[in-house]
Ligand binder design. Structure first.
Ligand SMILES: Cc1ncc(COP(=O)(O)O)c(C=O)c1O
Length: 387
């Protein structure tokens, strides 16, 4: 009998992510990249970073890519390079990873939380429009779970007020909107290469993509202690550089991103076929096919479903609970928000099912079966059937 691939199962579990499997397929390429880097000794910035930047800019259909130390650094350097700071407000969805809002605080500005669409969990353009005021500098379109936001509606609300449209594309490498890639849909876009992302480093990493020449060169200075030429520091910058090693490894992985995104899409299609209409999933719009960084479902009693799946050896995650405003991090005045009922509902009901390129169709079937069994228990019904 053929042995299952190493790590496909851990004690019979269906795993939430399986980076060891992904790396096993490309181990030789990764090792070659590591050797190349050792040979060059270009450990901070340097040739591998420059080549990755050129390749990721081309992939993302943007003129520039600037590699930085994390997605959070990408967000805050993007904001700072645009001159956003104390006294400014940035509209951020209330349903996202906390870093989307924290980065606004890091530059001294105030995040103003807007509600999301119930169907997709993405920024609700009408809710955002209602929050625009004299201090609003930008709107952050977070392409959550792998699906691009409704960028036409966001651009339409930003235009008359001269707002910057910024993308948080940390979960959407390679996703498209009307055929254009994330990274090219606004004034500038921040990416994270956290290991479990669709394009993940073997450590932390991030990047900003933009067509704006001035912005790109300002971020290049800010990430490197404000240095313009060697030894000449022209502003108060940071050490937020992308490592040469991470860039070399990311170059390898970028070559596989489309194939991995397609694998995610085919697993998502199977989940959808097996789970709908009984289980409530993210609505996917034809103009913005998702790259399924995560595969969220919604349940009235999310925690009960998670427990029942765990008992059957199926790993799940929650993205995100509580909603951004409910974290104890913010002190008075550091965050503005009104009622965000859809964000609150997402935070209460969302459960992410296993999703990664090496998930086998058989595992998807096993998860779907377990979900149906769980929701047939009265306390854990799917959110769709609520009356
Ligand atoms: C939507 C979103 N924004 C920002 C970040 C921050 O990225 P990082 O963890 O690389 O700082 C992440 C991921 O971690 C994210 O999912």
């Amino acid at each position: 009998m053929e042995a299952p691939p190493v790590g496909a199962r851990r004690g019979g579990n269906v795993r939430f992510v399986a980076l060891d499997l992904q790396h096993a397929h490309i181990e030789r390429e990764l090792t070659e990249a590591f050797s190349r880097l050792l040979g060059s000794s270009a450990f901070t910035l340097g040739v591998e970073v420059e080549q990755f930047e050129a390749e990721f800019a081309a992939y993302s259909q943007a003129r520039h890519c600037v590699g930085v130390a994390s997605g959070t650094a990408a967000l805050s350097l993007m904001l700072e390079a645009y001159g956003i700071g104390p006294g400014d407000e940035v509209i951020v969805p209330a349903h996202t990873f906390i870093a989307s809002a924290l980065a606004v605080n890091h530059v001294g500005a105030t995040p103003v939380l807007c509600d999301v669409l119930d169907a997709t969990g993405l920024v609700d353009p009408d809710a955002a429009r209602a929050l625009v005021g004299p201090r609003t500098a930008a709107i952050l379109a977070v392409h959550l779970y792998g699906q691009a936001c409704d960028m036409d509606a966001i651009q339409a609300l930003a235009g008359p007020h001269n707002l910057l449209v910024l993308e948080d594309a940390a979960q959407a490498h390679g996703a498209t909107y009307h055929g254009r890639r994330t990274g090219s849909l606004g004034d500038a876009a921040a990416f994270s290469f956290y290991p479990s992302k669709n394009l993940g480093a073997l450590g932390d990493g991030g990047a900003i993509c933009t067509d704006d020449d001035v912005l790109a060169s300002r971020i290049r200075r800010l990430r490197n202690l404000g240095q313009r030429t060697k030894g000449e520091h022209v502003e108060l910058g940071y050490n937020e550089r992308l490592d040469g090693l991470q860039a070399a490894l990311l170059r390898v992985k970028l070559g596989h991103l489309d194939e991995w995104n397609s694998a995610r899409q085919s697993r998502a299609a199977l989940y959808r076929k097996l789970l709908e209409p009984g289980v409530r999933l993210v609505e996917e719009r034809p103009e913005s096919p998702s790259v399924h960084h995560l595969f969220p479902a919604r349940f009235e009693d999310r925690d009960a479903v998670a427990r029942m799946l765990a008992a059957l050896g199926i790993e799940t995650g929650v993205h995100y609970s509580p909603a951004v405003q409910a974290h104890p991090a913010w002190k008075n005045g550091q965050l503005r928000h009104g009622e965000v009922p859809h964000a609150d509902a997402w935070a209460a009901e969302e459960l992410s099912l296993p999703m990664h390129p090496d998930l086998r169709p058989h595992d998807v079937e096993r998860v779907a079966q377990a979900v149906h069994a769980a929701v047939s228990v009265p306390t854990a019904r799917s959110g769709v059937n609520r009356c």
